[in-house]
Design a protein around this ligand. Structure first.
Ligand code: ZN
Length: 340
């Protein structure tokens, strides 16, 4: 089937579960109610994706508060009680970050509950996302390893352990989110991909990496405005990604200043093409989606195009995100007729 449809990862959480419209919401339930509420929201997320006609569905990241910290919560060797201020993403933002103060180990399974639950409730292909090792290492301070790369490799080993277990749970696609890949371009080919290879070691399921220019928050918008009219950061990293063992690359396309021709540097990879903008509330028309896919087809064989969102939708209004899921389903249906 041409143009299978999927989402980058997160969907907004229902307001009975967590504060709406926030990237970092507080939970509104506690204890056993929270655990049950996360699964109820997962079921809702699956149903909405299926009804919209998506082909590869996910848990909508309903069980985690934040895409990096949802993983870190399950890691021993990190001090969350004494956070320090650090410039992250090449000093684009200041953030209070936890400190690695001992050898990193997993406390247990990270996403088993929601992955098994999602597997039991959908026959579609199932995707689960994890933060990438480079992005995690850029979101914590280190007072133990004394070397960013050594620490990233330690995180990659933990990610690999969880990824192998997710595969055994019946997950079809495991995606690593690496927004740090377009900040530390020189380091991606140096050790970023090596760390990803460690994270996917031994996996037989489909593997993906999501790279991105970030959500529509102010620090990101200011940074994007400083990058000029054509965003060519990917020119440096795509050739290395093309040689990697990762199967799929997820990148933004609609309303993006990334020149689409750069996608031709990713020969041999499936491309998750962002045809849904997550930084504005205007719902795309099917015709717009068909047009973006048509543009990408100049550089990527159509068999390798997967239709996706530009990024996660966690901080969006729920009704807008739902309308955008429906638009995605309608857009790929029209694209299949148009480009059959
Ligand atoms: Zn993203």
């Amino acid at each position: 089937m041409l143009f299978p449809a999927t989402v980058a990862g997160s969907l907004p959480k229902p307001s009975w579960l967590a504060e709406p419209d926030k990237l970092w919401p507080q939970w509104r339930l506690q204890g056993a109610d929270l655990a049950q509420g996360k699964l109820d929201a997962t079921l809702l997320a699956l149903k909405l994706q299926e009804d919209a006609g998506l082909d590869i569905v996910g848990d909508g990241e309903q069980s985690r508060q934040h895409f990096v910290h949802g993983f870190l919560e399950f890691v021993d060797g990190i001090d969350f009680a004494h956070k320090v201020e650090m410039g992250i993403r090449g000093d684009r933002y200041k953030a209070m970050v936890p400190v690695v103060n001992g050898a990193l180990t997993l406390k247990g399974r990270v996403h088993q509950t929601e992955a098994k639950f999602a597997r039991a409730h959908t026959r579609k292909q199932l995707k689960i996302t994890l933060p990438g090792p480079m992005t995690i290492s850029d979101t914590v301070a280190d007072s133990h390893y004394g070397d960013k790369i050594k620490m990233a490799m330690a995180f990659a080993d933990l990610l690999n352990k969880e990824a192998r277990a997710l595969e055994a749970d019946g997950v079809d696609v495991i995606q690593f989110d690496e927004p740090a890949f377009n900040v530390f371009m020189g380091e991606v080919s140096g050790w970023g991909i090596e760390a990803l290879h460690r994270a996917i070691d031994g996996l037989k399921c489909t593997t993906a990496v999501h790279i991105c220019y970030g959500y529509g928050i102010k620090a990101n918008i200011d940074w994007k405005n400083s990058l000029g009219t054509e965003w060519k950061q990917y020119e440096e990293i795509f050739p290395a990604l093309a040689k990697s063992r990762i199967n799929q690359i997820s990148i933004e396309a609609i309303n993006s200043r990334v020149p689409l021709k750069l996608m031709s540097l990713l020969e041999g990879k499936d491309i998750l093409v962002g045809v849904i903008d997550v930084a504005n509330d205007t719902v795309e028309t099917p015709e717009q989606i068909v047009q973006v896919i048509g543009e990408v087809m100049k550089f990527v064989p159509k068999e390798r195009i997967v239709a996706c969102t530009n990024c996660g939708m966690a901080p969006m209004h729920r009704d807008v995100a739902e309308a955008k899921l429906v638009a995605l389903g309608k857009g790929v249906a029209l694209a299949r007729e148009t480009y059959a």
